[in-house]
Design a protein around this ligand. Structure first.
Ligand code: AMP
Ligand code: GLY
Length: 426
């Protein structure tokens, strides 16, 4: 069977590597893919991940038996709806269901209506009203652009002048484009953060191994927010007791809410949770696999990924046991110096001929030119390792990360340290 994967980052590389394990899979096309993904799939660099008509036309002309739409933009633009109309089975939510990520106003109102625990909030479309509210607020407070903003549309002002600056940045300067037409101002919560990705067919839900992202650019969670600088799985804060609370108060109620709203969610639903002193609360939903969470979660999946995705599409997930490996995984992102602010591209990369057996290098932002791999993005590679313990996985991921070179290579040095400390305290 030919497969099509929409997207071209580290997450898509991890999905493709896992899909390839199924012996019934013949060719996997990546639209657009990237330089490193070309080792595992047939990349089509001419077709961008948001070019829905070209994606549908390509799927129809290449006998695609199953498609996976991974990034948020094409999902919000209705890529899955259009593929379904063309008769192509696929994995991912409809545009209506993808609003759970593409509109923070939609998701906050959903949680309020259905009593799903989240931070208290107010929505503003008028900057003057937002400022009036902020003058009476206590700090820190959280200001979020309504729409998609590559994980960067969240500001946490510590005082009123910073809050005024945040409103100006998002609503007036439009730093995140039309995403900032509306903002959500919400209560600042505290507690460990957990990412839980879950397969769901709209009714049944099968949570994956939990994970922890490291969103800030610098060691010790300093610097700007990024798309994610590294991940570990499983997340030690996510105990079986907490998992049960999340299932009962968050996961199942969210699925029921989406059904009640007439947009059942099918695909991978990502719960960004904070374990607050008042219990687990939703920080955000994503309508897709996380990046770089996928790079630590899928290597621990024992079941066949294509079979699980087909069960989601066919709404038979409740009958399918999804199995996981014991052990742990860690992923360290190698970024271009300067990311997430200004950085240079086009640096020649050198990679070892082979990585150790428990290490996988996921390519996020590179391209092939004249047989050489050149950097082409802020996050360039994710070096991931699996092992029986988190400490070993981190050791092996960091050792392998040292064997890759490119000018300006930057990585956080403390991925997993918080998790190790949490495990020592347990
Ligand atoms: P988001 O893109 O919504 O996941 O937000 C990015 C990051 O901002 C989260 O991972 C949190 O670390 C932080 N954040 C978002 N909302 C809140 C909140 N209500 N309270 C505290 N931190 C938050
Ligand atoms: N790593 C966070 C995200 O994928 O949104």
């Amino acid at each position: 069977m030919n497969l099509l994967v929409v997207g071209g980052g580290g997450r898509e590389h991890a999905i493709i590597k896992k899909l390839k394990e199924n012996p019934a899979v013949s060719t996997i096309y990546a639209l657009p893919g990237n330089g490193g993904i070309a080792q595992d799939a047939t990349c089509v660099p001419e077709i961008g991940a948001s070019d829905i008509p070209a994606i549908v036309a390509f799927a129809k002309s290449h006998e695609i038996g199953f498609a996976v739409v991974a990034p948020d933009d094409p999902l919000a633009l209705g890529c899955v709806d259009r593929l379904h109309e063309a008769g192509i089975p696929c994995f991912g939510p409809s545009a209506a269901a993808a609003r759970i990520e593409s509109s923070k106003v939609f998701s906050k109102n959903l949680m309020k209506k259905y009593g799903i625990p989240t931070a208290g909030y107010a929505v503003f479309s008028d900057p003057a009203e937002a400022l009036a509210y902020l003058r009476g607020a206590s700090f820190p407070i959280v200001v979020k652009a309504d729409g998609l903003a590559l994980g960067k549309g969240v500001l946490i002002p510590q005082n009123l002048p910073e809050a005024e600056e945040a409103v100006k940045t998002i609503m007036e300067d439009k730093a995140f484009g039309d995403s900032g037409n509306e903002i959500v101002v919400e209560e600042f919560l505290t507690g460990p953060e957990v990412s839980v990705l879950a397969f769901t067919d709209g009714a049944a839900i099968s949570p994956m191994v939990s994970s922890m992202d490291h969103k800030r650019a610098g060691d010790g969670d300093t610097g700007l927010n990024t798309g994610g600088m590294g991940t570990i799985a499983p997340n030690p804060y996510y105990t079986p007791e907490i998992a049960k609370v999340c299932m009962d108060t968050i996961f199942l109620p969210t699925l029921a809410a989406m059904r009640a709203e007439g947009c059942p969610f099918k695909g991978c639903l990502y719960f960004g949770l904070m374990l607050t002193p008042d219990g687990p609360k939703v920080i955000e939903y994503n309508c897709r696999f996380g990046d770089p969470e996928t790079q630590v979660v899928l290597p621990l999946l024992k079941s066949d990924l294509l079979t699980v995705m087909q069960a989601v599409e066919n709404e038979t997930l409740s009958a399918l046991p999804v199995e996981w490996h014991q052990g742990a995984a860690a992923c360290v992102i190698l970024a271009s110096g300067g990311y997430p602010s200004h950085y240079e591209k086009g640096k020649v990369m050198t990679l070892p001929a082979a990585f150790p057996e428990n290490v996988t290098c996921y390519h996020a932002g590179d391209r092939l030119e004249g047989g050489e791999l050149l950097t082409s993005g802020g996050r360039v590679l994710g070096v991931a390792a699996t092992a029986s313990t988190l400490r070993e996985a981190l050791r092996d991921a960091y050792a392998a990360a040292e064997t890759v070179t490119f000018e300006g290579k930057y990585m956080r040095r403390d991925i997993g340290q918080l998790a190790l400390r949490a495990m020592e305290e347990q």
